[in-house]
Design a protein around this ligand. Structure first.
Ligand SMILES: NC(=O)c1ccc[n+]([C@@H]2O[C@H](COP(=O)([O-])OP(=O)(O)OC[C@H]3O[C@@H](n4cnc5c(N)ncnc54)[C@H](OP(=O)(O)O)[C@@H]3O)[C@@H](O)[C@H]2O)c1
Length: 248
């Protein structure tokens, strides 16, 4: 069983990832800046993972600021003292809406800090931790906004596109075959606890979870929703994915 650190595990998508990793028997560490969010996630997971068989006991929650250098280093040192982790997942995200040309410079800085810098700081801290261990897997989680502009939420697309390049650049620089660098791009809106106005075409957490479990365990996925190109795995909803032999 793997020891998996899920940054953003207290978020909407992260919650589904954590649930599936626990169900698959893995040990999961979830950091959050918010004790209240950690309490909420514990309560929600305890409702549907069986209690008493050790499942929820495999979850560790910690208050930490993984998007800040000091916070990430402190968490890393704490985890290394306890034996480290095998896989680091960055399900870090955010949202901003408004006309791009009316965005204040300070807003730009804040959004890029929240969505992009946090991925960089997390990777800069935890990929070296995997290197010190001699093996491991780093998995970024991103959105399909990286591939096309979302009018009036453009910074989300801009940060997403840069995050994709961060993953590709890491893969190009970290050439040790024992260190796997991957990104799962979820190409469509996801129905999470935070979703408003979700429609049947939205991707379900139960579609994402098994793909992440496969990536954690093997570094590849054979799921029909997913296409892999180098270090980037893109998953689409089965409702929109054109399956082989299906052109309807
Ligand atoms: N929701 C969707 O419809 C959707 C669709 C496609 C792809 N995705 C992708 O899924 C990923 C997660 O999105 P989500 O919808 O789960 O977002 P979310 O519910 O807002 O959760 C985001 C998580 O990111 C963490 N985070 C954000 N900024 C951070 C920072 N500066 N430092 C440390 N942690 C930070 C938050 O941690 P705290 O607990 O500390 O607040 C939070 O748990 C993103 O990469 C997003 O692109 C989402």
């Amino acid at each position: 069983m793997a020891r998996v650190l899920v940054a953003g595990g207290a978020g909407g998508v992260g919650e589904g990832i954590v649930r599936h990793l626990l169900r698959a028997g893995h040990f999961v560490v979830v950091p959050s800046r918010s004790q209240a969010k950690l309490g909420l996630i514990r309560e929600r997971l305890a409702l549907d993972v069986p209690l008493g068989d050790g499942t929820i006991e495999r979850l560790t929650t910690l208050v930490a600021r993984v998007g800040e250098p000091d916070g990430a280093e402190a968490l890393c040192a704490q985890l290394e003292r306890a034996g480290g982790v095998d896989v680091a997942i960055a399900s870090i995200g955010g949202w901003w809406e408004g006309p791009l040309l009316e965005m204040a410079a300070a807003q730009w800085d804040a959004v890029m800090d929240e969505m992009l810098r946090a991925h960089f700081i997390f990777a800069r801290t935890f990929v070296p931790m995997l290197q010190r261990r001699g093996s491991g897997r780093y998995i970024g989680i991103g959105g399909g906004a990286a591939y096309f502009p979302i009018p009036f939420a453009a910074p989300v697309s801009i940060a997403g596109a840069a995050q994709l390049m961060l993953t590709r650049a890491l893969r190009a620089e970290v050439t040790d075959p024992a260190i796997d660098i991957l990104e799962l791009v979820i190409d469509g809106p996801v129905r999470t606890r935070n979703s408003e106005g979700a429609t049947p075409g939205w991707i379900e957490l139960d579609e994402i979870g098994p793909i992440v479990v496969e990536l954690v365990e093997t570094g590849v996925t054979h799921d029909l929703r997913a296409e892999t190109e180098g270090s980037i795995v893109t998953m689409r909803s089965l409702a929109t994915r054109e399956l082989p032999g299906h052109h309807g």
